[in-house]
Ligand binder design. Structure first.
Ligand SMILES: NC(=O)c1ccc[n+]([C@@H]2O[C@H](COP(=O)([O-])OP(=O)(O)OC[C@H]3O[C@@H](n4cnc5c(N)ncnc54)[C@H](O)[C@@H]3O)[C@@H](O)[C@H]2O)c1
Length: 306
């Protein structure tokens, strides 16, 4: 029998929760009983999100501020402790895009994305880890990766760097925080939001969903793992709960009707040469050994399957 997941007595911080996936996470966490500190750089969106949660009977506090600097991270954890008595769950979701190909990407495009995603995840999780370790009651850290970070994607140098870095930090933190019974996992979500609605393959379906409530077709929900933001929220609630004790260090894909476990990078082929490998020896061996089945990069184009 499936029993209800109960988060009552727990407090969560969700960054970038004014809209999109973060808003869905905040609403779902609160609906399962957690008190939620709702952050967004957009103060109006943060206030409106906290109001929505409260109107649905949940407990929420809005705290606007830009994720990235440690001051915001510290303020978020402080608010959780001061207002709700502690922090049990940190969800680092805030994000921005500045897409363009490598040769056109400015320093500013690179720094903006890395600051919000990578540094923002670092500062928020560090602040949460300090408070969780001091309180000694364990905890849950849920960070946001992306298919782009796992595989690479055309036009997303900055975003790929940040998202791959986040999953790299997640693996390290899962090890460092295990003794304190703090689990650390990465979501690899796909959902219809401001970030994805303009992808030509998805756009007409998202429009029909929003305008006429037409459900997304199986081709998208199963084939592409593409659905609504609510489809992703169940995984966040699970990872925030007692039910997921022992699940740590995992990158978990979710979207539409799909739930998937991503592999971590590992060696897939190894060759040995007595005394080591010269350039000449590698050139001679490559085609018949490691070069026989090179790893692919990038995601399958929509419609081409997984
Ligand atoms: N939508 C997808 O399919 C998808 C896929 C992979 C990963 N993600 C990741 O999920 C997360 C949420 O994405 P989304 O699609 O809901 O995006 P969104 O643009 O709909 O929402 C992002 C929110 O973050 C806020 N934000 C931006 N910069 C911030 C900052 N410095 N501090 C605080 N808040 C800030 C924005 O104001 C916005 O409300 C992101 O980390 C994104 O990279 C989304």
């Amino acid at each position: 029998m499936v029993h209800a997941v109960d988060l009552s007595g727990r407090t969560a911080v969700v960054t970038g929760a004014g809209r999109g996936l973060g808003l869905a996470y905040a609403r779902a966490l609160a609906a399962h009983g957690a008190a939620v500190v709702v952050n967004d750089v957009d103060a109006e969106a943060a206030e409106a999100a906290a109001k929505l949660v409260r109107e649905a009977g949940g407990r929420a506090l809005a705290l606007a501020g830009p994720v990235g600097p440690s001051e915001t991270a510290d303020a978020l954890v402080h608010a959780a402790v001061a207002e709700f008595g502690g922090i049990d769950v940190m969800v680092t979701n805030a994000g921005v895009l500045r897409d363009t190909v490598l040769w056109k990407m400015s320093d500013e495009d690179f720094d903006t994305v890395v600051n919000v995603h990578l540094r923002g995840t670092f500062t928020c999780v560090r602040a949460a880890a300090v408070a969780m370790r001091a309180a000694g009651r364990g905890g849950r850290v849920i960070v946001a990766g992306s298919p782009t970070g796992q595989r690479g994607n055309f036009g997303q140098t900055n975003y790929a760097a940040a998202k791959a870095g986040i999953v790299g930090m997640m693996r390290t933190w899962a090890m460092e925080l295990a003794r304190a019974e703090i689990t650390v996992n990465a979501l690899i979500p796909v959902a219809a939001t401001a970030m994805t609605r303009t992808i030509p393959f998805f756009a007409p379906h998202v429009e029909a969903l929003e305008r006429d409530g037409v459900a997304l077709p199986d081709e998208l929900r199963k084939g592409e793992g593409f659905g609504t933001v609510e489809d992703v929220a169940g995984l966040v609630v699970y990872l925030a709960s007692a039910e997921s004790a022992g699940v740590t260090g995992q990158a978990i894909g979710i979207g539409g009707d799909r739930l998937a476990l991503w592999s971590h990078p590992q060696e897939v082929a190894v060759e040995y040469a007595d005394g080591g490998w010269s350039a000449e020896a590698i050139a001679a061996a490559w085609p018949a050994t490691l070069g026989r089945a090179p790893e692919t990069v990038g995601m399958p184009a929509p419609g081409e399957g997984q």
